[in-house]
Design a protein around this ligand. Structure first.
Ligand SMILES: [Zn+2]
Length: 313
């Protein structure tokens, strides 16, 4: 198979005559940039890749302005996984795990994460609005867990196909939208509407069965247009322009400073005394933030001044 797939982009597509929409995503350079500074075992890399793809697919199905956080938290060897995607499709992610306790070979979601929850949080840019949806981690694959999430939180039947390895990650989503409502008064029209509804249900089943025939290799290696032609050549599709997906970390010196202030002056001074400077690495991108004695003194001088100002009001 010639590897000719689209790279680091998301494609939306609509079925012209059916209340169904879809998404296709491929990440290569952005995926490698996201994990290259961490030496993840392959099982962790795979679940992180699938989660990163899932976070983009989730973000792309929801109209929002801000950040979406996808979180897996459980009592298994991988106790935390985070994937975050902005409305502009900038993504970052990380996983924390106990290497010695990881199962050998292919593992299910529950073998890695244990008993726990999948949480999806939406935050607006100004942090004023927040929405959260939670589903339990189920055994099997991440896609199944997410399908349960869509059913519960959005009440939209949704199917996902995810594939991840060290080099690249890919995903496809199909979502059944509410059927166009028909006139409710006329009896003949109502009858017609239920017939149409039945037809839509049948079509939705048909599309899922066809999509299930797509192999992981085809999903990761074929161009998006080719995937759609191969699967849905009997349906009229509209493929929209692609949107770039990229690796983006939101860490900053300001945020790390805030974290050090929360830690406290005494604690900061004791690290300074021990190591000569404070070096903090971002968990997402591994960027180093270094604070020397002068920086620390300044940090707590401003912090104290800030509190003083607040107290006078
Ligand atoms: Zn960072």
């Amino acid at each position: 198979m010639v590897d000719s797939h689209d790279s680091d982009c998301l494609h939306r597509f609509d079925f012209e005559h059916l209340p169904v929409r879809g998404l296709l995503i491929h990440m290569d350079v952005s995926w490698r940039a996201l994990h290259e500074h961490r030496d993840y075992p392959s099982s962790i890399q795979k679940i992180l890749g699938e989660s990163v793809v899932a976070s983009v697919l989730l973000a792309a199905t929801i109209k929002f302005d801000g950040q979406l956080t996808f979180q897996l938290k459980g009592d298994g060897p991988m106790h935390l996984l985070l994937a975050q995607c902005t409305a502009g499709l900038g993504v970052r992610g990380l996983a924390r795990f106990k290497a010695a306790e990881l199962p050998v070979g292919e593992s299910t979601l529950q073998q890695l994460a244990g008993d726990g929850h999948l949480t999806v949080t939406l935050e607006s840019e100004d942090l004023q609005q927040r929405y959260q949806g939670v589903v339990p981690i189920v055994d099997g694959r991440l896609a199944q867990c997410l399908e349960a999430y869509f059913q519960q939180s959005e009440q939209l039947p949704t199917r996902l196909w995810l594939h991840a390895n060290e080099q690249g990650v890919a995903g496809m989503l199909l979502q059944r939208l509410p059927s166009p409502s028909a006139a409710k008064n006329a009896v003949s029209e109502a009858h017609h509407a239920s017939e149409t509804q039945q037809q839509f249900d049948d079509d939705w089943q048909r599309l899922q069965l066809i999509a299930d025939t797509l192999s992981p290799d085809e999903l990761s290696q074929l161009a998006d247009q080719e995937i759609l032609q191969r699967l849905f050549n009997e349906d009229d599709l509209r493929l929209f322009d692609s949107m770039p997906v990229y690796f983006k970390c939101r860490c900053s010196r300001e945020r790390v400073s805030g974290m050090l202030q929360t830690l406290g002056h005494e604690e900061a001074n004791s690290v300074l005394a021990e190591q000569g400077q404070i070096e903090v690495h971002c968990d997402f991108c591994n960027r180093a933030y270094v604070f020397d004695a002068v920086d620390v003194a300044q940090l707590f001088a401003t912090a104290t001044a800030g509190i003083g100002t607040q107290q006078r009001h």
